[in-house]
Design a protein around this ligand. Structure first.
Ligand code: ZZB
Length: 258
């Protein structure tokens, strides 16, 4: 599985992460790296998700850059020429996802350029980097989680200001318009992020519709079919050094059915 790693630069650590990390990372450029299969949706990113119960590694990539991903992804990256020493993770700190919630990061190319880290219970530690970019216009999982967090901010220990940003249209499909995810969540009567079966079905449809019938409605590739724009957006991210190629080792994808 070939992902695009989206480099979301740290703007400000959450209150729970700052005391542990600020001093250790003076003068470094820090990025939360999200793994995405849909780089073309980067314009519509409105949040970033982490698993609250997952451990994350804060590790040095070189003299200047620091990444935050699961320890598993950090190790994989050392074998992909992303870090300096092959097979060796230069860990600076380990931090729980719940401590990262409320951190503010920059979202590459996004219409809302600064977004907050939120908790998503269904993030798998065994997939991608464990950091997920939220594009609630086109991802039913993202739309369902965002809706749930807005319903119960106190329960999830989320400041309502962190979930204030509404979904941003990225592409249009003939059947579902510019808010494919919301339409599918309604159609399948999805009540919460726990409706896994319906969400998996909605995701499958959203992928197909977006890829085969979608047209970009924002960004430099506005008007282009998604099929054509996808690679161009990915190339632009790599070119701008805001993206990187990240591959998942064969046979290690535990679940595709979240
Ligand atoms: C942005 C995005 C926009 C995504 C969209 C999807 C969609 P899959 O299909 O099951 O392989 N993701 C990445 N890592 C994780 C993780 N560790 N746990 C849970 N979700 C994760 O899933 C790949 C997609 O799941 C990735 O692509 C990422 O979200 C998320 F409009 O990135 B995506 C219809 C889907 N739309």
């Amino acid at each position: 599985q070939e992902y695009t790693g989206l480099k979301m630069e740290l703007v400000q650590w959450s209150a729970l992460a700052a005391p542990e990390l600020d001093a250790k990372l003076q003068g470094k450029k820090v990025y939360l790296v999200a793994a995405t299969l849909r780089p073309e949706t980067c314009y519509g990113q409105t949040n970033c998700f982490v698993g609250p119960n997952i451990d994350y590694s804060v590790f040095a990539v070189n003299d200047t850059e620091v990444f935050v991903t699961t320890p598993r992804a950090a190790r994989n990256m050392t074998f992909q020429g992303i870090t300096e020493k092959r097979g060796e993770v230069n860990t600076i700190a380990t931090i729980k996802g719940s401590q990262l919630v409320g951190t503010k990061v920059r979202a590459p190319f996004a219409i809302c350029d600064e977004v907050y880290v939120l908790p998503m219970e269904t993030v798998l530690a065994t997939k991608g980097t464990g950091v997920v970019t939220s594009c609630p216009s086109d991802s039913p999982d993202d739309f369902a989680t965002w809706t749930e967090l807005r319903k119960k901010p106190e329960y999830y220990k989320v400041d309502p200001a962190w979930v204030a940003q509404p979904p941003q249209p990225v592409l249009s499909t003939p059947t579902y318009g510019e808010m494919t995810a919301e339409e599918l969540v309604k159609k399948f009567k999805i009540q919460s992020p726990k409706d896994k079966i319906a969400l998996a079905e909605a995701k499958e449809i959203a992928y197909k519709e977006g890829f085969y019938s979608g047209t970009m409605v924002v960004g430099p590739f506005k008007g282009l079919p998604v099929q054509d724009a996808k690679g161009k957006v990915r190339d632009a991210l790599l070119e701008a050094k805001l993206g990187l190629a990240y591959a998942e080792p064969e046979g290690k994808i535990i679940s595709r059915s979240n």
